[in-house]
Design a protein around this ligand. Structure first.
Ligand SMILES: [Zn+2]
Length: 146
């Protein structure tokens, strides 16, 4: 898919977000506001590294240009972690199904594009960081040595 097509795909509206009516959604939205607990910030602290502001596809959270490693820290809910497999919100299911399908597809395309540019891509899931942030940081550091 060309860049232009991808952008158009990514910007096609799915309609306004319904009010967060399910507990999972409102919990997740609240979690994203309390920035202290965001997994990417937890990792940033452990890695002693600032979050990336690079202009790479998908805006990876951590970028190591010399090692050509791009790291995404994905929220389990919004990026549909296959391990957690969180349930869809009970209401507005069709909206959420389409929105999540697009999130996952966008992630896949960004990863493919990065790999096409010669980058290695590591996805770290929110639950991994919350379970054992040090192990996640170690995984990233190990890839810098390869
Ligand atoms: Zn997960």
């Amino acid at each position: 898919m060309s860049n232009r097509m991808r952008r158009r795909y990514a910007s096609r509206p799915v309609g306004p977000a319904p009010k967060p009516s399910s507990q999972a959604v409102s919990r997740s939205m609240k979690a994203n506001r309390s920035s202290g607990t965001k997994p990417e910030l937890v990792l940033a602290k452990l890695l002693r590294k600032k979050l990336a502001r690079h202009n790479l596809p998908g805006s990876p959270d951590f970028v190591y240009p010399r090692a050509k490693l791009a790291v995404f820290v994905h929220g389990d809910f919004w990026h549909r972690c296959p391990v957690c497999d969180l349930p869809l919100p009970r209401t507005h299911r069709e909206f959420w199904r389409r929105k999540f399908a697009r999130n996952v597809e966008r992630d896949r395309l960004n990863q493919k594009e990065l790999e096409g540019m010669g980058w290695r891509v590591l996805v770290v899931w929110e639950h991994e960081v919350m379970d054992d942030a040090k192990a996640s940081a170690r995984r990233i550091r190990d890839l810098l040595l390869v």
